[in-house]
Ligand binder design. Structure first.
Ligand code: FES
Ligand code: FE2
Length: 380
């Protein structure tokens, strides 16, 4: 028997089916996602602040290797990591210093970092039928949002579209924040398993005791007041954090001065989530910001990178330890990663075809719909 929720509640009145099990391990399904989802959307490439001028960074975007170049004058550009001569890889390191040129190590073809123009062909003397202007590096689109660098393999990319809107973090000094802590973890699960876990709290009571202590409503298996059966839109907003807590740290106390421009509501929320599918989410608190990046590394493996950003003022406090602040979310992420891998192992069962979503899993239904819409191929 279903409970009766207010019509404005997001809770579903039915239990839709999940994606089929093969969506989580079939190499063909994965290859199709690479061609569609990961080749058409903006993919995060890290913080602009963490890419010093005069640096080239190598990234994997879907099935493509990409170089992100920050020229000595600070200009940003991105190209496919392949030389136009005979196809050698241009950058073979995660990061390396660079000047104004990108030079291929094989036969020394040199390209302008700013626009990819072919400027020199090493010891080769091309005949007249070879036009240098036709053999520049293959460009990849680059854009900035909230201090993050994004790249997009599409030839006609749209705007970066965070679920809460592009202005959602405007009251946080995003461009100036400094990375104080980073964690990289390789997970044995499909990337979608991670997002599904992110999109529901039915697992919270059993999996996240520390988080449920901090956010009491999570302890009831829901993500917010509007999921309660007795909720109405007229109900005043209240802080979801436990009494006396202001942020997600072990003590609940802010780790430094609060960001000065936040609205009372942003402060009261305690945590403000914004998601950019399929690549990352950000959680903005009164005192620090955390971002999590996902990179599929195979049908059943995903690399997770989590970063913690602080104002310089907070980092400069005597005795400040960013790792101590990060510890709270790390406990929660370790719990999520463990159940994501548990989920993945079960999805391999030959006896499992697909399951049913519960009414509380409306955000997973939306995610599945997004995935299926994205995977439509022209001519398919
Ligand atoms: S393959 Fe790059 S210069 Fe020959
Ligand atoms: Fe979780």
């Amino acid at each position: 028997m279903s409970l009766h929720h207010h019509p404005a509640s997001p809770i579903m009145d039915h239990c839709p089916t999940t994606l089929p099990a093969r969506a989580y391990h079939d190499p063909d399904w994965y290859a199709r996602e690479q061609r569609t989802i990961w080749a058409r959307n903006w993919v995060v490439a890290g913080r602009l602040n963490d890419l010093k001028p005069g640096t080239m960074k190598r990234l994997q975007v879907g099935s493509a290797s990409v170089i992100l170049c920050r020229a000595p004058d600070g200009a940003l550009s991105a190209f496919h990591n392949v030389c136009r001569h005979r196809g050698a890889e241009l950058c073979s390191h995660d990061e390396q210093p660079m000047g104004k040129l990108v030079t291929c190590r094989y036969h020394a073809f040199a390209y302008a970092a700013k626009d990819g123009r072919l400027v020199a062909t090493g010891h080769a003397h091309p005949s007249d039928d070879f036009r240098k202007e036709d053999h520049g590096l293959l460009k990849v689109a680059v854009k900035l949002w909230a201090g993050f660098v994004f790249v997009n393999l599409s030839e006609a990319p749209g705007e970066i579209a965070p679920d809460m809107g592009r202005d959602y973090l405007k009251n946080w000094p995003m461009d100036d924040l400094v990375t104080g802590h980073r964690m990289v973890k390789d997970l044995a699960c499909n990337w979608k398993v991670f997002w599904e876990n992110y999109n529901e709290c039915l697992h919270c009571p059993g999996v996240h005791p520390e988080l449920c202590d901090m956010v009491p409503i999570y302890g009831t298996g829901i993500m917010g007041d509007n999921e309660r059966p007795d909720w109405t839109p007229e109900e005043p907003l209240r802080s979801p954090l436990k009494e006396g807590a202001a942020t997600w740290t072990a003590s609940g106390k802010a780790c430094g001065p609060a960001f000065p421009d936040l609205t009372p509501e942003e402060r009261q929320n305690g945590y403000n989530f914004v998601t950019v599918y399929p690549t990352m989410f950000v959680v903005a608190h009164v005192d620090y910001v955390r971002a999590v990046f996902l990179e599929p590394t195979g049908p059943e493996t995903t690399r997770l990178t989590a970063e913690w950003y602080f104002s310089q003022e907070t980092l400069d406090q005597p005795g400040f330890d960013a790792a101590e602040v990060a510890a709270f979310a790390k406990i929660v992420m370790a719990q999520d990663c463990e159940v994501a891998e548990l989920n993945q192992r079960g999805l391999r069962s030959p006896a499992y075809d697909r399951g049913r979503l519960m009414p509380e899993e409306y955000a997973i239904r939306d995610f599945h719909q997004w995935v299926l819409d994205q995977m439509k191929e022209e001519g398919a």
